[in-house]
Write a protein that binds this ligand. Structure first.
Ligand code: PXG
Length: 292
């Protein structure tokens, strides 16, 4: 990872000068929100949607953003420009700011924001052509009565622990269920399955993040004339499907070919609909987005 110029509270500073306080509640309590955004071919993909989601996450945790959505969009573009990058990844982090020891967020002075633009470590290309192995984790998605799974908060330990479970089992990703045992999503990706030509994905209310890549795929599926059905899924639906793929800003669209030792589609190979949607997604990311 190389990151030269970091946007920090309104200034572009060198990486080694971009520091936050040990009294920042983002660090002390995970009190803050974040976004991960991609840019391709000198354009930021779905910039406004990501910034809007950042503001919704902030609103949900009573964090008053001292910038407008337009200002944050511009700061994002400015950071990419300053690093002279044409393809890569932007991480925006908003913290509650510096406060005392103690949970009370009202004692924090003001929120802090930093923006990192960098090249991203992609999964090796073979994962896109051959697919990923996934295992179901025992770590569940938090129930909606806990912090809503829609908030992209700085508290990702649940997902980190699920990822650890997957890695320890020799898989790259972990499937997370909700408290009722229905499929929610993977640790940083939404999930889709294809069965008898129809495409299925769990509704957001089953505990997944309302992924922006998920929404893009729903659009691509409809444009391809395929039927998209949002309904609750169990692991049985995945074990017995014809094809499956994961979507996320970091992973993009990636085939899932094995779940808990069951070969997807019986053969464990990326299927034709998945391959077409990967192509359509790549075409869209290359040709659309906000120029900076
Ligand atoms: N589920 C969860 C829990 C996520 O955190 C997604 C699904 C996919 O959403 P998008 O909007 O990206 O399609 C996410 C996204 C990272 C990283 O560095 C994580 C995400 C996005 C980008 C980078 O691990 N999470």
């Amino acid at each position: 990872m190389t990151a030269n110029k970091i946007w920090l509270d309104g200034n572009l500073v060198d990486e080694n000068e971009a520091k936050v306080s040990v009294f920042d509640h983002g660090l002390l309590y995970g009190d803050g929100v974040f976004e991960g955004i991609r840019f391709y071919n000198n354009r930021v993909f779905r910039l406004e949607e990501h910034i809007h989601r950042l503001f919704l996450s902030a609103r949900a945790i009573l964090l008053k953003m001292p910038w407008t959505e337009a200002e944050v969009c511009e700061a994002t573009c400015e950071t990419i420009r300053a690093n002279k990058l044409s393809d890569g990844y932007v991480r925006l982090v908003v913290t509650r700011g510096v406060g005392g020891l103690g949970l009370n967020p009202y004692l924090c002075e003001k929120p802090s924001m930093f923006i990192i633009a960098s090249s991203i470590q992609l999964y090796p290309e073979t994962y896109y052509t051959e697919g990923l192995e996934v295992v179901t984790t025992s770590t569940r998605r938090p129930a909606p009565a806990a912090l809503s799974p829609q908030v992209k908060s700085l508290n990702y330990l649940n997902n980190v622990m699920a990822k650890v479970e997957a890695l320890k089992a020799g898989a790259m990703e972990g499937l997370m269920l909700n408290e009722q045992g229905f499929v929610a999503e993977c640790t940083g990706d939404n999930i889709f399955v294809v069965k008898e030509g129809k495409v299925y994905t769990p509704p957001i209310s089953d505990g997944s993040l309302d992924g922006i890549t998920r929404q893009v795929l729903i659009e691509l599926i409809e444009q391809a004339g395929l039927t998209l059905i949002e309904r609750s899924l169990t692991r049985y639906d995945i074990y017995t499907c014809d094809e499956s793929f994961l979507t996320g800003t970091a992973a993009e669209v990636i085939p899932m070919v094995k779940l808990d030792d069951r070969l997807i589609g019986g053969e464990g190979l990326p299927g034709p609909i998945t391959k077409k949607l990967i192509e359509d997604f790549r075409e869209l990311t290359r040709s659309t987005g906000t120029s900076y």
